[in-house]
Design a protein around this ligand. Structure first.
Ligand code: NAD
Length: 369
């Protein structure tokens, strides 16, 4: 069997800095766990524009289609703000998502005990929280036709259309059920079936996919507005939440922020299974290129490291090794190590980007003792 393949696209700003720490972790798994990846690295965003005059070279796009998973840092920066829309660094990222047809966006909300006081909610509500929002990413009201602004009589009308086909719903439902089987085996589907026909269809199709293919997974349905309330009241009742593009946009931001800093938030975008059974996949931190702190050793690498942990779990079937990495992150945080974004009321030991990566590698070593 060939080694699993990873394409690394560090990008711009703090992207290369946080990715350098992920490389240490990848090397550790190769050396200490025999988990060797065939790693290649390429340019995306402003870095690709500087080298090739385009935010994503065709060769890079082709490579992304071939590998088992793509790991991306971040793109963008003030230097590129005046570029034509089609050349902006973000277009490189959007092209990857579109051409790989990454229709399921996974945003975990996981609260490490040692950071529970960073949340705006009470410690007991968020400590130990570990939920996953699966947002449909390529259909729904952001893409439906007709759309636009036109004039009717003497006033303007703005129109967007929520449109979902059965297959759009079924494939993201499958992603959610598959994930649930690797986690707490529970899915809650959220829509507005009380007021939207697309919501009625959503509920029916999710139920059908469940009954036919995943009867072993516990399924519940909730209206998305009630879901937002429940997420802030008692988020630990959930395991996997699956929802449409618009509600997912809102609910995933809400859920992620239950847990504190942007520097801690990973994400994954998954597409259809490839010939080897693995889903097309891209893993990336939620944060951007943070030009205000780039090049200063201040960036928190944990969001990017946890994105690699998601790759271990969801692309490479290495759940136990992903648990090991998550535990190593938990350990350094409990030891009080803090990059600048995590310095809070509890004080802590200030560390640089590189020192945080080294400490996580040391915690991985300690996990073998
Ligand atoms: P940002 O996420 O880059 O930064 C927001 C704030 O959070 C900044 O104060 C930054 O210093 C801080 N921050 C972000 N990540 C951090 C980390 N890992 N450690 C410590 N602090 C961190 O968002 P922004 O400032 O709105 O955007 C900056 C650039 O990034 C823009 O060009 C934007 O288009 C781009 N962007 C890219 C992505 C992506 O690549 N996926 C996402 C969002 C924004």
């Amino acid at each position: 069997m060939p080694n699993p393949s990873l394409l690394i696209l560090p990008g711009d700003g703090i992207g290369p800095e946080v990715m350098a720490e992920v490389r240490k972790i990848i090397d550790w798994f190769g050396a200490k766990r025999g988990l060797v990846f065939d790693v290649s690295e390429d340019l995306v965003g402003g870095a690709a524009y500087d080298a090739h005059g385009t935010p994503l070279h065709d060769d890079t796009m082709a490579r992304a289609q071939e590998v088992d998973a793509v790991l991306l840092g971040a793109v963008g920066g003030p230097k590129y703000d005046t570029l034509d829309f089609s050349l902006k660094p973000e277009r490189g990222l959007l092209r990857l998502r579109k051409e790989m047809d990454l229709f399921a966006n996974l945003r975990p909300a996981q609260c490490f005990d040692s950071l529970a006081d960073f949340s705006s909610l009470k410690r007991e509500v968020v400590a130990g929280l570990d939920i996953m929002i699966v947002r449909e990413l390529t259909s729904g009201v952001y893409f439906g036709e007709p759309r636009g602004i036109h004039t009717e009589g003497n006033e303007r009308v703005g129109i967007n259309t929520q449109r979902y086909t059965e297959s759009d719903i079924a494939r993201v439902a499958r992603s959610a059920f598959e994930l649930a089987r690797r986690r707490g085996n529970k899915v809650c589907s959220m829509e507005k079936a009380n007021v939207m026909e697309s919501g009625i269809l959503w509920r029916e199709v999710v139920q059908e996919v469940h009954d036919r293919e995943y009867p072993d997974v516990e399924l519940s349905h909730m209206y998305a507005d009630a879901g937002a309330m429940q997420l802030t009241r008692w988020p630990k009742q959930f395991d996997v939440i699956v929802t449409d593009n618009l509600f997912g946009d809102l609910l995933s931001d809400l859920a992620a922020m239950l847990t504190g800093s942007l520097g801690m938030l990973p994400s994954a975008s998954l597409g259809a299974p490839m010939a080897n059974g693995r889903p097309k996949a891209m893993y990336e931190p939620v944060h951007g290129s943070a030009p205000d702190i780039a090049g200063q050793g201040k960036a928190n690498p944990i969001a990017c490291i946890l994105s690699f942990s998601m790759a271990l779990r969801y692309s490479f079937d290495q759940g136990a090794e992903a648990d090991r990495l998550d535990a190593a992150v938990q350990k350094v945080l409990s030891d009080g190590l803090r990059t600048a974004d995590l310095m809070g009321p509890d004080g802590g030991v200030p560390v640089s980007t590189g020192a945080m990566g080294d400490a996580i590698v040391a915690a991985l070593d300690a996990s073998l003792a």
